[in-house]
Write a protein that binds this ligand. Structure first.
Ligand code: SAM
Length: 331
């Protein structure tokens, strides 16, 4: 059995949200209060799901949250994931990546690398400490995140990627500062268009800073050249014309890439989601709890993936918001 959907897309990327807790309360993600209902599973349960999914053709696993570094035991979990072997004929360790806000990364970057982590993406929505605090609603986080980025580079988790969500009225003026940051720090900055997945329902088309606007703002600083990228890659990649530094733009709103989507997700409470914008989940953990065998779980996954949604409908009349917000799904 291999994972593919009725539109012929083959599925090989898995994201696992290992907690919905977070130590930041970014304005475009969470409410200012402790909104989320904390839901997380023992690592053994995520590991069993990952093992079955790797058996079905998953070759890349990204750990996310909430904030994944809040989970004690993440290093051991990465070590266990690194013992899995892909079923694509190559029998290699799956590629293991992490998306984090970076606040707790400095201490743990090297142990994670040693355990088998291949890559890290750090989310950072401003390159000045005050603006950073305004967006995250946490004072004094900026320095910790910088230390985390440096530690990740030193640990050899190269190239470190930085995710930045731009919001009009908050940080759209950060485009050029991020361009300079990418060049100075030798990190790949990836701008992500804001999607309607937030708890506070503040999304409007006007608040989204689009790919075209980002390219045009950056080009006023230095011209960009597009780099040829793989069709399944979510980011359009650009290098600066003098050859120093790279940025990416992930543009699900203005340039959707659903036709090449190769992803599925496990939420922190163990549900399988076939699209960020799904209006339902598939309760894999409930099936496990009821004692299902690996074969039964595999069949359940294969059937759910077959029905993967064709595309999201952001910006279209009658758009139905996802059944759960990013906090619960895991970015
Ligand atoms: N706490 C970790 C972090 O900060 O990276 C992992 C979880 S976070 C939800 C994962 C990514 O999703 C972050 O880069 C965040 O900026 C992005 N994100 C959150 N809400 C978003 C939204 N509504 N639209 C686009 N990206 C979003």
């Amino acid at each position: 059995m291999k994972l593919s959907d009725k539109f012929g897309r083959s599925i090989h990327d898995l994201r696992i949200s290992i907690t919905d807790r977070c130590n930041y309360r970014c304005v475009y993600c969470r409410t200012g209060t402790n909104g989320a209902a904390y839901a997380e599973l023992p690592f053994a349960d995520y590991l069993r799901m990952a093992r079955i999914l790797v058996g079905l053709g998953i070759t890349k696993i990204r750990l996310t949250g909430g904030e994944p570094l809040l989970r004690k035991g993440i290093v051991e979990f990465v070590r266990d994931l690194a013992k899995l072997r892909t079923s694509d004929g190559e029998g290699k360790k799956p590629e293991i990546a992490l998306t984090t806000n970076g606040h707790l990364l400095a201490e743990i970057a090297q142990p994670l690398k040693d355990a088998g982590l291949d890559r890290v993406t750090v989310s950072m929505d401003a390159v000045d400490p005050e603006r950073f605090a305004r967006i995250t609603r946490v004072p004094n986080g900026y320095e910790s995140v910088q230390a985390g980025v440096r530690a990740a580079r030193q640990a050899g988790l190269d190239p470190v990627k930085i995710n930045c969500v731009l919001l009009r009225g908050f940080n759209e003026d950060q485009v050029v500062p991020f361009g300079k940051f990418a060049r100075q720090e030798r990190v790949v900055v990836r701008f992500i268009e804001f999607m309607p997945l937030e708890e506070d329902r503040v999304w409007t088309p006007e608040i989204v800073v689009t790919l075209d606007e980002i390219v045009s703002r950056m080009s006023e600083y230095l011209p960009l050249e597009e780099i040829v990228h793989e069709r399944s890659e979510t980011a359009r990649r650009y290098r600066f014309s003098d050859g120093v530094g790279e940025i990416g733009i992930i543009a699900p709103v203005s340039h959707p890439f659903c036709g090449h989507c190769s992803r599925i997700r496990i939420t922190s409470d163990g549900k399988l989601r076939t699209c960020l914008f799904s209006v339902w989940d598939h309760d894999l953990h409930e099936l496990m709890r009821r004692g299902a065998t690996d074969e039964k779980l595999s069949e359940f996954i294969v059937k759910a993936v077959e029905k993967k949604e064709e595309r999201h409908h952001i910006g279209e009349p009658g758009f139905v918001p996802a059944s759960r917000t990013m906090v619960h799904i895991g970015g």
